[in-house]
Design a protein around this ligand. Sequence first.
Ligand SMILES: Nc1ncnc2c1ncn2[C@@H]1O[C@H](COP(=O)(O)OP(=O)(O)O)[C@@H](O)[C@H]1O
Ligand SMILES: [Mg+2]
Length: 227
Amino acid sequence: MEILKIEHLSKIYGKGETAVTALNDVSFTVKKGEFIAIIGPSGSGKSTLLHLLGGVDRPTRGKVFVDKTDIYDLNETQLAVFRRRQIGLIYQFYNLIPVLTVKENMTLPLLLDGHQVNQEHFNKVVQVLGLQDRLGHLPNQLSGGQQQRVSIGRALMNQPALMLADEPTGNLDSKNSKEIVDLLKLFNKTYNQTLIIITHDERIALQADRIITIEDGRIQKDEVIRP
Ligand SMILES: Nc1ncnc2c1ncn2[C@@H]1O[C@H](COP(=O)(O)OP(=O)(O)O)[C@@H](O)[C@H]1O
Ligand SMILES: [Mg+2]
């Protein structure tokens, strides 16, 4: 089943002489449960692409369908709801809210939606992430690896259509990097959670089912590693 379809996606920042074409006519599809690594030089348009897949920014041209929904056909309010329910975003620097506890950070997207926390799902995610003893802690009382685990938990609370990670191990040492990638893979395999990771780390890219290489805002290569 196709969970994501991107058609002729382009993004130009700015206007006139200072305009930058960050993404230039990119098209591809993603099957539910796929694990994709996006690689490419710095400034090639990787983060721009990920943001457009997640409804964080609007494209200059082209379309993004997530689970058949044409997401840029939605108005701002609908797009915000879509993002909260269907997209799990993970960043290099975690982006946790400093004054909220681990549990509050994880459940915030649900509460913003007026939804009850599914306690069973919450407990399972917390258990897998090894955060049982940290639920009342604030982010600054946690290590980097633990903070990233919280941000993974937050991303998974809504059982999103897409989990999108922008260099999720960029700020971690090799042991914590491995743990984070192992966890992301576990959720990918166990829950068939579609996963797209931007990474500089070849060892991480080689664990994906498919590697997409971006250069100068275009797809330069799209290789299936594990059919
Ligand atoms: N908000 C922005 N305004 C203007 N230019 C931007 C903006 N974001 C990114 N760019 C430019 O778009 C290009 C692609 O950036 P980005 O998607 O962040 O690349 P990557 O993630 O591959 O390093 C770069 O030339 C960058 O300078
Ligand atoms: Mg980037």
